[in-house]
Design a protein around this ligand. Structure first.
Ligand SMILES: [Zn+2]
Length: 359
């Protein structure tokens, strides 16, 4: 079922319409960033075409044909020879081709041509997915063109790429091009929590560091997150408990250390989620609404006696500073100023708006 795949609803609709009209193209090019699910969509088409108990035009997902289609036996080693042919899935009509190294080989394209000319062994259609089609060189692209020109009606070839511009125009023009969008952070977050891949706090951060790619979300280093959150908890503690300015300046300094340069915005994200949690707790909200629920005891302690108007002010101040980050302010003094302004924020008196130093 397409609904089990993450994001790209527009593509799902398009593919459903193609299945309904029995007009699945023989040659397709899926273009879009790495890790947005292009291969899963390709395999889902294969499942829909070969399912033994289809639900409308879509795959049931549970018959043997559906299950075997998702079993991909990638070679265990990285010997180039292991990748030379077609890598068959558990279904004898569905296979993938992966470049052994930097280039997709003529030999591999000929293997597709030969296999595509057979009628399906078991299902109704044969599907071949070419990963990283931008790795075609001139000879392998020409070998592939032969089969793209006139694929047998029961065979479908799906090229995947994150760099469509690298493909020869002759290849692109023979394919129906389907563009995939980056995934929204909320889509990734829902997917991770729904499939119990990550708890709420972790899922939220993974979704944010993913920049539209589920693969990046899954690969993100969680140790980094834990370290970032520990540092930002110290900031919140200093703000909430004692307006400990020395600690705040130390934290500001750490935030600007070269080794954390790439994490700056991520750390501010984490700080905002912590402030929101403390805010909710100070208002007596249900603990189920807390994002960082695995550090609930620390958060509850900080939220105790916290005037609930202060977190709202803090978030406003962080957001204001972020707007200025866009125009290239000098981060170091801006961070010092931000933290000290936050410390000064009291419930009764809003601090004057700070203007940060522009480089
Ligand atoms: Zn099925």
């Amino acid at each position: 079922m397409f609904d089990e795949l993450i994001g790209n609803d527009r593509v799902k609709e398009l593919l459903r319409r193609m299945l309904q009209s029995s007009r699945m193209p023989g040659a397709m090019l899926f273009s879009g960033e790495d890790g947005v699910g292009k291969k899963m969509f390709g395999l889902e088409i294969a499942r829909a075409l070969n399912c033994r108990a289809p639900q409308g035009v879509e795959a049931c997902g549970s018959c043997p044909a559906c299950k075997r289609t998702l079993k991909i036996n990638y070679p265990a080693g990285d010997e180039a020879d292991d990748f030379k042919g077609i890598i068959w899935t558990g279904h004898p009509d569905v296979g993938l081709v992966v470049a052994p190294k930097r280039v997709l080989l003529v030999h591999q394209m000929r293997a597709i041509e030969s296999a595509a000319n057979y009628r399906p062994f078991e299902g109704k259609a044969r599907v071949f997915i070419v990963e990283d089609a931008d790795k075609l060189n001139e000879s392998s692209a020409n070998a592939l063109l032969k089969i793209l020109e006139e694929p047998p009606p029961t065979s479908h070839i799906i090229l995947l790429t994150s760099r469509p511009a690298w493909l020869l125009p002759t290849i692109r023009s023979r394919c129906q091009v389907i563009r995939f969008s980056p995934l929204a952070a909320a889509e990734i977050e829902n997917y991770l929590t729904h499939n119990k891949v990550a708890r709420a706090a972790e899922a939220r951060v993974r979704a944010r560091v993913a920049r539209g790619s589920l693969r990046r979300a899954l690969a993100a280093d969680l140790d980094d997150f834990i370290e970032q959150r520990k540092a930002m908890l110290e900031v919140l503690e200093a703000l909430a408990r004692s307006d400990d300015r020395l600690q705040l300046l130390r934290s500001a300094e750490q935030l600007n250390e070269a080794q954390y340069k790439d994490e700056y915005e991520a750390r501010l994200d984490v700080l905002e989620t912590l402030i929101r949690d403390a805010w909710l707790l100070s208002l007596g909200a249900d603990t189920e609404t807390i994002v960082n629920d695995d550090v609930l005891p620390e958060l509850s302690r900080m939220a105790k006696g916290l005037d609930s108007k202060r977190p709202a002010i803090w978030i406003g101040q962080i957001e204001e500073m972020r707007e200025q980050l866009v125009v290239n302010i000098n981060r170091k003094p801006a961070t010092d100023a931000l933290f000290l302004t936050m410390a000064a924020a009291s419930a009764t008196e809003l601090p004057p708006k700070r203007r940060y130093i522009i480089k």
